[in-house]
Design a protein around this ligand. Structure first.
Ligand code: ADP
Ligand code: MG
Length: 292
């Protein structure tokens, strides 16, 4: 590759809000045949909102939200931000949390007003000895509408769940369509529940959905696709996505996401708009054609 044509490609990308780190990233983009995308913050807006609260065992919705938000105040997860925002909107007074812990990709635990609070996905609740089956049906109903369900346990008993929805970015649909038309297979990778992930995947016409992936397993999922002979670009925004971005042939970070993701990526989409991936591929093809 001549330095001149690479410079032109990188310069055009920058004008279009697509930051290409080096010649290697620009050259490799052309050969990508598989795009792995993180769901939250990448396909979706990354600004989730509480849309429903379900309770059980005599708890009120305000009880559940107040206790949950008191714990989530200590978490930086987008789900936590949504929960705390809803509690503030409802003018609930939050309590101090003790013994806080947040196993990555699973949920949170803490003690609030002397009560043990556990919150997270169904699997995590089971691990913590809390049975969620009594709310399985209403939870699935929320997931089928693309919402994420966060269960809440109080004092070792199930108290309810909060359903949180994160709208799909208006640009995601068009970008994925263009990529598919260019022969790129799209795989969605998420830590979220299978039913929620499938609902979002179906909505966007995504070829393959890999759900309930722990943060530390995202890079291995990318490697498995590479072992099948695929040339993989991975798009993500979170701290958890960084190892997978580094593993991919081309890592693509959202400029709206974390610095850690951007540091691990060869391409950064300044506007956080997946349409930038289409732009990067077009630039890569044009550059490589010039060189040959
Ligand atoms: P994603 O891949 O969509 O970014 P994560 O790996 O961050 O998802 O989280 C996976 C799942 O773990 C969430 O869908 C949620 O059920 C649970 N979880 C993660 N963080 C929290 C939290 N702070 N509070 C409650 N549940 C959480
Ligand atoms: Mg994410």
């Amino acid at each position: 590759a001549t330095p001149m044509s690479i410079m032109v490609g990188v310069g055009k990308g920058a004008q279009l809000g697509v930051l290409i780190r080096d010649a290697e990233a620009l050259e490799k983009m052309e050969k990508v045949d598989t795009l792995v995308v993180d769901k939250t913050g990448t396909l979706t807006m990354g600004h989730p909102k509480v849309v429903h609260i379900e309770t059980v065992g005599g708890f009120t919705a305000a009880d559940v939200l107040k206790k949950l938000a008191s714990v989530e105040r200590a978490s930086e997860h987008p789900l936590a931000t949504a929960i705390v925002a809803e509690a503030r909107e409802q003018k609930l007074e939050l309590s101090e949390v003790a013994d806080f812990d947040s196993p990555a990709g699973k949920g949170v635990v803490g003690t609030v007003d002397g009560m043990a609070i556990v919150s997270g996905a169904a699997k995590f609740m089971t691990e913590q000895g809390i049975d969620t089956t009594s709310l399985a049906a209403p939870a699935d109903e929320q997931r089928k509408n693309s919402a994420t369900v966060v269960f809440v346990g109080v004092g070792g008993k199930l108290a309810g769940f909060v359903a949180i929805a994160d709208p799909i970015k208006p640009t995601s649909r068009q970008a994925l369509q263009a990529l598919r038309a260019a022969g790129v297979r799209v795989v969605m990778l998420t830590g979220d529940n299978k039913t929620t992930a499938d609902a979002v995947g179906r909505d966007l016409g995504i070829d393959e959905v890999v759900a309930e992936v722990l943060p530390q397993d995202k890079a291995a999922a990318v490697r498995r696709l590479q072992e099948q002979g695929r040339v993989v670009a991975m798009a993500g925004d979170g701290v958890n996505d960084a190892p997978a971005l580094a593993q991919a042939t081309v890592g693509i970070a959202m400029g709206t996401g974390t610095d850690v993701a951007m540091e691990s990526a060869g391409v950064t989409l300044l506007k956080g708009d997946l349409q930038g991936i289409v732009t990067a591929q077009v630039l890569s093809r044009a550059t490589m054609r010039n060189i040959r």
